[in-house]
Design a protein around this ligand. Structure first.
Ligand code: SAH
Length: 222
């Protein structure tokens, strides 16, 4: 029993140290928003990954989640959050499309109290639920739904973030963006680019940012 406890504590320490190193690496890569860094520092990424891969949880790499899906690279999560927060007080009511393991939703929940996350694969959604429960994160509202349609019953959203690449901007999501709201998505079916869309009264302003590689935004439920 004592040995077990020591081992668990040891693992905890190791993961805390690796997480601190991950944060240092993100700083070196140019992430400067302290709120974003603190949010990533607060979420134990290894708990969102299969045990066999957990030792690689704090490398800056995408890792497989099963079902041909991947958990995003920490740098990409950090970069997207930094863009969404830039010159804004907070994220406000947030919708994530593509909950996957629940990792990014957990990071979002560190930054804003109202997070909705959609996932089209039922089995992944069930796992995301368990993962979030394991870290006592009960604030994220997970839904088995097709992100192309958004979540009209909870709209409008101040922030919409897509974790899968759309060939075109989903019009339902655009309609569910509040005035002054921001949506960030990987756009493109071949080469992909992060695209920021800001909604104003008169028009939407689109800004093209970094080249990226995400799994595709599919339709329908599984
Ligand atoms: N944010 C996730 C990464 C998920 S990878 C994490 O932190 O682990 C992208 C996810 O988008 C996959 O789980 C995939 O099933 C989901 N996805 C793809 N198309 C979708 C759609 N139309 N609606 C909802 N989820 C979708």
């Amino acid at each position: 029993m004592a040995a077990e406890l020591t081992r668990a504590a040891g693992l905890g320490m190791t993961s805390q140290r690796s997480r601190a190193r991950m944060i240092e690496r993100l700083r070196e890569q140019g992430i400067h928003d302290e709120k974003v860094l603190a949010a990533l520092a607060a979420v134990p990424r290894h708990l969102f990954i299969e045990e066999a891969l957990a030792s690689r949880a704090y490398e800056d790499t995408a890792l497989p989640l099963g079902f041909s899906q991947t958990i995003s690279q920490p740098f990409v999560v950090a970069r997207m959050l930094e863009i969404l927060l830039d010159k804004r007080g907070g994220l406000g009511k947030t919708l994530e499309v593509g909950a996957g393991s629940g990792y990014q939703a957990a990071v979002l929940a560190q930054l804003t109290p109202e997070v909705y996350a959609l996932e089209r694969i039922g089995a992944l959604l069930a796992r995301a639920k368990l993962n979030l429960r394991a870290i006592s994160q009960f604030r994220v509202r997970l839904k088995h739904a097709d992100g192309w349609l958004g979540l009209p019953e909870a709209a409008p959203f101040d922030t919409i973030i897509l974790a899968a690449a759309a060939p075109s901007v989903p019009s339902a999501l655009l309609q569910q963006l509040s005035l002054g709201g921001r949506m960030l998505l990987p756009l493109g079916s071949g080469d992909q680019q992060l695209v920021l869309i800001e909604r104003y009264a008169e028009a939407c302003v689109e800004t093209r940012l970094d080249g990226v590689r995400f799994v595709p935004l599919l339709s329908g439920l599984e």
